[in-house]
Design a protein around this ligand. Structure first.
Ligand code: AMP
Length: 283
C-alpha cells in the first residue's frame, strides 16, 4: 500500500492509474479505524480497480469547543488495517497541505446543512463539504463510499454532487454495530465503562421506535420522539440533543409516519461525548 502525504503525490498516483485505464474508489475518513471503516473499504474494493482511503482530521469541520485536539489518532495501526483490507493508497495530508497560507474558499450549504447536527454544530457541514470537494478534485474518483451512520452527511454529499456536477457516483454502506447494538464510532473510545454499557440505550430506542411505528394504529411522530427521548434520558448523564423522525431524502421533519421515515438521534453523554445513530422506521 502506498502512503502519500503531499497532494501532488496522491494526484500523480491516481493519474497513473487512470492512464492505465483503472477505475478508482475513494473512502474519506478521519481515521482511528474500526469495522465500520473497514466495511467501507471492502465495499470500495468491489466497486473499482483501485481504492484510495483519505485519513484527515479536518480542522474546519470542528467548532471551537469541539474535540479536534483530543480526536483519537493511531496512524501506524490504521495503516496496517487499511493495508490488510486491500487498500491501494492511503492519503494522509497535513493540515498545511490541505489549507495552505491564505486559504479562504468554502462550500456553503443550504437548508440540508442547517437542521439536526447542523443546528448544534454551525459550519460543520460546510467544513465537511469543503474537504470532500477538495478530495474529489485531488483523487478524481469514479465512486466514493460513505457510511449511513452519518446519514445527514450522506444526504448533503449526494446533493452537492448533483448540484455541482461532480462526475462520480456516491455509494452508501449500512451502519456497522457492536454485538450489543451500539453503532461503531471512533468517539466511542471517549466513553467510560459505565457509559459504554448504558450507551446501548440508543440502539434499544431505535428498535422501540420501529416497534411503535409498525403497530396497526400508527403513532404520531411526536409520540415516537417523546418515547425515545424518555427511554434514553432514563440513563444518568444521557441527554438527547435531538430525536427526530425525518423524511430520509429531504431530512425534513416527517409529516406522517410512513416507509420513507428515519429516526435520527444525537445524544450527549456526561456532557463530553456526542453520539449519533439512526434507523429507518420500516424495513
Ligand atoms: P469518520 O472517520 O468518522 O469521519 O467516518 C468515515 C466514514 O466512515 C464516514 O462515511 C462514516 O459515515 C463511516 N462510518 C463511521 N462509522 C460507521 C459505522 N459504524 N458503520 C458504517 N459506516 C461508518
Amino acid at each position: 500500500m502506498k502512503r502519500c502525504i503531499e497532494v501532488a503525490d496522491i494526484r500523480e498516483c491516481c493519474q497513473a492509474w487512470r492512464r492505465r485505464g483503472l477505475s478508482i474508489a475513494l473512502v474519506p475518513t478521519m481515521g482511528f479505524f474500526h469495522d465500520g471503516h473497514l466495511a467501507l473499504m471492502r465495499r470500495a474494493k468491489t466497486l473499482a480497480d483501485r481504492v484510495v482511503v483519505s485519513l484527515f482530521v479536518n480542522p474546519i469541520q470542528f467548532g471551537p469547543k469541539e474535540d479536534l485536539a483530543s480526536y483519537p489518532r493511531d496512524l501506524e495501526r490504521d495503516s496496517a488495517l487499511a493495508a490488510a483490507a486491500g487498500v491501494d493508497a492511503l492519503f494522509i495530508p497535513t493540515v498545511s497541505a490541505m489549507y495552505g497560507d491564505g486559504f479562504e474558499t468554502k462550500v456553503v450549504l443550504g437548508a440540508l446543512g442547517q437542521g439536526l447536527c447542523g443546528a448544534s454544530r454551525p459550519g460543520h457541514f460546510d467544513g465537511v463539504a469543503t474537504v470532500v470537494t477538495k478530495l474529489f478534485h485531488i483523487v478524481a474518483p469514479d465512486v466514493a463510499v460513505f457510511g449511513e451512520k452519518d446519514f445527514q452527511q450522506l444526504a448533503i454529499i449526494r446533493r452537492m454532487v448533483a448540484d455541482l456536477d461532480f462526475n462520480l457516483r456516491i455509494v452508501s454502506q449500512p451502519i456497522v454495530r457492536e454485538s450489543d447494538g451500539l453503532a461503531m464510532s471512533s468517539r466511542n473510545t471517549y466513553l467510560t465503562t459505565e457509559e459504554r454499557q448504558a450507551a446501548t440505550c440508543l440502539y434499544r430506542a431505535l428498535v422501540l421506535a420501529k416497534t411503535m411505528a409498525q403497530r396497526d394504529e400508527r403513532p404520531t411522530a411526536a409520540a415516537i420522539e417523546r418515547t425515545v427521548r424518555d427511554s434514553i434520558e432514563e440513563n444518568a448523564g444521557f441527554t438527547v440533543e435531538y430525536a427526530t423522525v425525518v423524511d430520509r431524502a429531504s431530512l425534513a421533519p416527517a409529516a406522517k409516519i410512513d416507509e420513507n421515515c428515519l429516526l435520527a438521534l444525537a445524544v450527549r453523554v456526561g456532557g463530553r461525548v456526542r453520539l449519533i445513530d439512526n434507523a429507518p422506521l420500516f424495513g
